[in-house]
Design a binder for this molecule. Sequence first.
Ligand SMILES: [Zn+2]
Ligand SMILES: [Zn+2]
Length: 345
Amino acid sequence: MKAALLYGARDIRVEQYRRPELQTGMVLLRCRRVGICGSDLHYYNDGHCGTQTVESPFILGHEFAAEVASVADGVDSVKVGQRVTANPARACGFCDYCKAGRGNLCRKTIMLGSASTKPPTNGAMAEYVLVRADQCHVLPDEIDDTLGTMIEPLAVALHAVKRSGGVSGKRVLVLGAGTIGRLVAITARAFGAVPVAITEIVPARRAKAAEGGVDLVFDPDANDFFDKARELTGDGFDVIFEASASIRALRQAFEVIRPGGTIVQIGTVPNEDIPIPALRLMNREFNYIGSQRYGNVFDEAIRLVASGRVDLRPLYSGEFATDESAKAFEVAGDKARSLKVQIQL
Ligand SMILES: [Zn+2]
Ligand SMILES: [Zn+2]
């Protein structure tokens, strides 16, 4: 099969690769379209993502729409020819976390298109990818491949909004207007947050965010940012989502969180110690919590998009053919220009 293999930083090669073989309980998917994620960009630009390093070539891609090509004997949850997306994080299904419905915390999770396993696990930037049957989620006709490819990042946002404990009627601030920040803002609005504000340092991204899905857009570096936040909220925001992965942004969150409010960390911040204002956290009783990938929210994300409650179209920034994969990564890395860049397989 044809596949885009990442050999190291800025070295992606489109080559012939052996097609994965069907195994018990598994489904072979013919990939139709794959999105480039921030983590894919880290692997491409730096040769590593967090602590996970590219040590041998592998296939990136974990946000995708596909068609079921074949299923193992006994699999009846999906049928050949159905269009699906997949939860790329395959939890073990048996540990305490999995049994408690918190499979996103499973220590044995195998993530598609990542170097978190040795050897790395191949992803969907190829003609075919192998997943376990329960990872598949059927896409209805209302969701085309472009939107189907964005169900995975929407699931990240949806899980984060749920982690916050609910946003209905709450004053919400999202830090960072990249894909995940925008998706969190759109989801929070759909769930009744009022108002939904977003901060972003890249002017082009601020302009795009202002076009849809948020009520207010702030430049967090502007001198009057704190004054404006106070003007808008009085004592601060009820819920803040840190989606910029910036330590500076997180410091601002501690300044503008309302007493009793909740800060949700979704951005993958650098792996270093960060000072936490523990005294303020204690006497203002705010919560600082994490949000890791997604709970079991894929079908809910699909319903939100199919019904039109959540519109993913504004995040789409164009597509490239597999042979142009390197170019697709270059364009995806241009923050002024792109949010979600896709590869048509
Ligand atoms: Zn991703
Ligand atoms: Zn598990």
